[in-house]
Design a binder for this molecule. Sequence first.
Ligand code: HEC
Length: 325
Amino acid sequence: MTTFSTTYPRQLLRVEQGGDYGWPECYFDSAQKKLVLAPEYGGNGGKAIGPCAEKKQPIATFPAHWAPNDLTLYNRQAFPARYRGGAFIAFHGSWNRAPLPQAGYNVVFVPLGGGNPTGQFEIFAKGFAADSLMSPAQAAHRPSGVAVGPSGELYVTDDVHGRIWRVAYTGRTNSASSAAPRKVVPQSVPKAAPPEGIHPDAGAQSDTAATPAPKRSVSRSALAANNITPAMVALGDSIYRGKIASGTCAGCHGADAKGSALAPDLTSKKYLWGDGSYASILGIIRQGVPRPKAHAEPMPPMGGAQLNRAQLATVAAYVWSLSHT
Ligand code: HEC
């Protein structure tokens, strides 16, 4: 499947022996609500179906890039009846859904009966990352696992600050009530003394979105020598931050460009790649970094965004200016 597509929904499959779910030649077209032929196999934007008509369809789908990480079936009695037999899914959240806004970072419930959904999926718990902080570098928490405990409580794990939440239902469960269990909104957990905190930063809200751009004073002659104008740097700054063209850079390199676990510092004047010249920075952004030297995950070409030549030139100008103050 094309990793950087914004259009391929995530699928919930009911696996049966010998079942063929269309991987890799089919993808689920959300407009037509069926599997269609992928472009790599001769597909043309959803018109050609070909062998996909014969494949087993997903039983539910979720928006692209929500990044499901874990699923558990609820086979206990502690939650109200409608939860029994349904599925809880932890969505790690997107790092890039350009041109759509970042999303996911939640726990979803899918009511199931007889092996099929009995209704629409619903967001069971959210707020792990504030809306404005839905990026891998900024999210305070990202759901990564779900498990049901022996007393029917639900556990949700987070892999940013190492938290575990326990969700328990405190109402009466002997009726077929559709009342939802008390929902957790993790961001409302008091910052002081997080009960589960083992990491010194547990409970800390990342506020890098509010971090002002680093102060720069690039000399005009240095700019001119590279055919860079202050206006380009300003525009590149907006793209870097995703304010326009759905740039993704801040999501990995940080709003202050000082790097994160996912990507290096761009302000340090030390380069892992290239010589720090404008041309070399531009080339790296265009091609991405398929095999990072010091980070686990690659940087996709253009950071995964769709930048035209002018936008690429401006974001490169901005990055260049960061290390030429
Ligand atoms: C998915 C995370 C991710 C995104 C999004 C991303 N990068 Fe990167 N970037 C990386 C990684 C990983 C490296 C390589 C680090 C290494 O080799 O260990 C890198 C390297 C770079 C480098 C070279 C740095 C050096 O030290 O030589 C530049 C320049 C750069 N990125 C700019 C950008 C810009 C501009 C954007 C937005 C258009 C962007 N990146 C988006 C992860 C990302």
